[in-house]
Design a protein around this ligand. Sequence first.
Ligand code: PMP
Length: 282
Amino acid sequence: EYVILNGGLIERSEAKVDIEDRGYQFGDGVYEVIRVYNGKMFTADEHLERLLESGKKIELNIPYSIGQLKQMLAEMIERNNLELGIVYMQFSRGTSPRNHAYPGADVAPVLTAYTRETSRPVESMRNGVKAILIEDIRWLRCDIKSLNLLGNIMAKQKAAQTGCFEAIQHRGNTVTEGSSSNVAIVKNGKLYTHPATNLILNGITRRKINEICTENGVALEESAFTKDDLLDADEVFMSSTSAEITPITEIEGKPIGNGSPGPITNKLQNLFEEAIEKQCGS
Ligand code: PMP
């Protein structure tokens, strides 16, 4: 099993980071997760562009081009014979004596990346999952894919403790996003999803779904919706790199629609599948 440490492929057991790595101490860094189907990365350019953007937003300079990053990841995927799974990649701001202010330009970011075999969540994509509602206590730069995930993991843990798959967060009455996913609702044939502001991560899956809607005549509105809209929706689904399009069929113990995945969700799942096949083969 090979991993990437600072641009080179090495055995996982050889990969060591310093205890004063700023990612470890402060969560000072950014990351991405990219799906691999048939040994090929899906929407790699979009993910790597977002990684560079996240870096820019925190003044962390990532010294690689998208092409270079893609090539490194492809090499790792090949060396590890990964057919179906994910690659995880992160840049921390580097290693230097602990101090909140950023270190000087002589300190290079630390890159780590690895692969993991994972199947597609076929069962939950078919049958749907349960979710809870929870106040969104995160900071106001949720558009940055930051290593700091305390708000997200605390929300997810609450869901897990109650036997639910996801925690849908809201700021007051406004629904923002899941703990590790975007959330969309369908009402009277129209899809609603929170606009790509500072309050959500603009998911690559979310963007692909929006593109699919536009290309296939599914009405789409990128506008915020309330907790009541969510609970009264005909259909609800979450989207992410790992969960793809997963129907949410029960929230806070109440069924959504008739309690099973709806027709528009199913249609989008089929079109998303086609997009995967087009890029990665079947
Ligand atoms: N929002 C949050 C908070 C997330 O952690 C994720 C998953 N990375 C998403 C949305 C979905 O993003 P993507 O579709 O790019 O995986």
